[in-house]
Design a protein around this ligand. Sequence first.
Ligand code: SAM
Length: 271
Amino acid sequence: MSDDLNQNYMENNRKLWEEWVPVHVNSEFYRVDQFVAGENALNALEIGEVGDVEGKNLLHLQCHFGKDTLNWARLGAHVTGMDFSESAIEQANQLAARCNLDARFICSNLYDLPQHLMGQYDIVFTSYGVLAWLPDIPRWAKIAASYVKPGGFFYIAEFHPFAMVFDDYATDLRYRYPYFDKEAMHFDVEGSYADREAKIQSKEEIGWNHTLSEIINGLIDNGLQIEFLHEFPFSVYQQLPSLVPDGHGHYIFPEGKQPIPLMFSLKASKR
Ligand SMILES: C[S@@+](CC[C@H](N)C(=O)[O-])C[C@H]1O[C@@H](n2cnc3c(N)ncnc32)[C@H](O)[C@@H]1O
């Protein structure tokens, strides 16, 4: 796949995100007013696994409009968020002001970040719905690892790549997308995941699946040591139609079934 084509695909996606941001900020899904009023935005999973962030420098990759980033700031971290959508960064700055929190937000494509941001961080954090927008995982891993301070760590909580192979419209588990395929996948845009009814001009969303081993080996190859890899039979999002709410903020398969992993988390440190 040529770099030019991937650039075009990412530009297509950036335009889509520019349209999605205002929809998301005003959506029930993202609960922005409740967040401003003090509601927690992070899941118990990442709060528990990342641990105490008080006084730590934290870089949030693909931070969207900064809600999770600002939640880390509320927990005491000195935060920097980055995202390639200008409106996301604008909204992130407005949200920081509304919440009276200090934060720095940088608008950049992930792959251009070294041209916009220097320095290293105690924690490099990224979560839920980030990797499928990126065409090149070895390059992503190189950049993410470069921002980890010696003694610091990288942390990701993400939808499991194996769960991405199933048909996202079928009510049973039906194989649809190849796990090992490196080609870009094209999807029709229907509103947004946060509001299916939203009127959006963009027609196409482009994504890439990545294997778990590619993600892990990318981090190892760039000098990080894996502390843990966890796989979960529940999800923070209804990523497949057959999932049902478990009453505790997660989605699970009905009747106690746990056929496939839905999310993973990973912590990797730099010695
Ligand atoms: C699903 S969101 C992250 C969600 C986050 N967990 C949340 O709910 O707030 C994915 C983010 O990745 C950003 N993004 C996608 N491709 C990117 C790229 N190549 N460089 C930087 N940001 C990118 C999008 O703008 C979007 O804000």
